[in-house]
Design a protein around this ligand. Structure first.
Ligand SMILES: *Cc1c(COP(=O)(O)O)cnc(C)c1O
Length: 369
């Protein structure tokens, strides 16, 4: 007999998600470049909406988040009935796993896929199955090779975090076409707004014409509302129905709903964030590459920097070196990338400081190297 309540089998085998660091002890000014947050902050209109909503905190929110679903539907030309909002897209991803995966079922994702997928699959009692990537990029054939009669969900972040790579829409369509109709394809398009490639699409078209594709989106990244926790999904009626049955009735709070509506209306703010990224993403890729460090080509608002294995130059060394200068990047060992750090595209000052610090870090005469 156990002497205390025990979680059901498997729960304690889950490694909890470890968020990016935010502190650099003893450093006066910290630049947090560890969680892909926008350096531009939220839209002032969203902030105003939150302040207004703060005056009515005694009231329950609209459990259906109607105003927000209508705003999203209006922006993307969708049916609001096909949208579910969540406390971040993390919640939506978890709801999908819990709705479609049970004990013995398999959930698929790729080698360096977003860690939340694995946690959500395990939490639902399922079996995580990993498909090998090629050049840090999802590989459709490798994914298809891992599909079995037990596969219930394929999670695909496009673009992927932490690699920043993406699959052209033709490849996503090829993946979908070859999947059994019983497998749900979850397209996580958290960084879609940042992508500037003619062959990319977030997947709305595929969602519209399929019975087994959903897309998830977030307000945490380009909209700068990570602290409020707001995300959404769009999908076929049957999937929306399933998720609505298991989500908590008031999963999205009132200030978040109000902020989301205001943020969607502020298109200039999003455009400014895109322009900022278009300026600094290539600059960082080039400058850091010129130091002799490999940078995986990214279409998101972050880059994956590869460090050598020799003592004094490792990702761990770089992390310590940069942190001591107030530059906080993301260690990605948990993603199977122990020799890499992920850096969010920051503001101009942070980006310049980062390149300066890495230049120093890579100097041949630096002690210890
Ligand atoms: C940041 C991120 C999300 C968004 O998570 P939220 O819960 O909406 O903050 C989803 N997927 C990927 C791949 C991400 O990097």
């Amino acid at each position: 007999m156990a002497s205390r309540p025990e979680p059901r089998p498997g729960v304690l085998a889950i490694d909890a998600y470890v968020p990016g660091k935010s502190a650099a002890p003893g450093v006066p000014k910290v630049h947090k470049l560890s969680s892909n947050e926008t350096p531009l902050g939220p839209s002032p209109k969203a902030v105003e909406a939150v302040q207004k909503a703060a005056r009515e905190l005694e009231l329950y929110p609209d459990g259906a988040a109607t105003a927000l679903r209508e705003a999203i539907a209006g922006k993307y030309g969708l049916d609001p009935a096909r949208i579910v909002c969540g406390a971040g897209s993390d919640e939506v991803l978890n709801l999908l796993a819990h709705a479609f995966i049970g004990p013995g079922d398999e959930g698929l994702f790729t080698t360096h896929g977003f860690l939340v997928y694995k946690i959500a699959i395990l939490a639902a009692g399922g079996l995580p199955v990993v498909a090998e990537e090629k050049d840090f990029t999802a590989d459709v054939d490798a994914i298809l090779a891992k599909v079995t009669a037990r596969t219930k969900i394929v999670f695909l972040a496009n673009p992927n975090n932490p690699t920043g790579t993406y699959l052209p829409f033709d490849e996503v369509k090829r993946l979908h076409a070859a999947l059994p109709p019983t497998v749900l394809l979850v397209l996580d398009a958290a960084y879609a707004e940042y992508v500037r490639r003619n062959d990319y699409a977030s997947g709305l078209e595929l969602v519209a014409e399929s019975d087994n594709v959903v897309m998830t989106r977030t307000f945490s990244k380009i909209y700068g509302l990570a602290g409020l926790r707001l995300g959404w999904m769009v999908g076929p009626a049957h999937a929306i129905d399933a998720v609505n049955r298991i989500r908590s009735p008031f999963n999205v709070n009132a200030p978040a709903i109000a902020a989301g509506v205001a943020a969607i209306a502020d298109e200039a703010h999003v455009a400014a964030a895109v322009a900022h990224n278009e300026e600094w993403l290539p600059w960082l890729t080039r400058e850091i590459g010129a130091l002799g460090l490999a940078v995986t080509p990214s279409v998101g608002n972050f880059i994956l920097i590869h460090f050598p294995a020799n003592a004094g130059r490792t990702a761990k060394d770089a992390d310590a070196f940069l942190t001591s200068r107030g530059l906080v990047l993301r260690a990605v060992g948990a993603y199977g990338l122990p020799n890499c750090l992920r850096m969010t595209v920051g503001g101009a000052e942070a980006n310049r400081l980062l390149v300066k610090a890495l230049t120093e870090f890579m100097k041949p005469e630096r002690a210890n190297a």
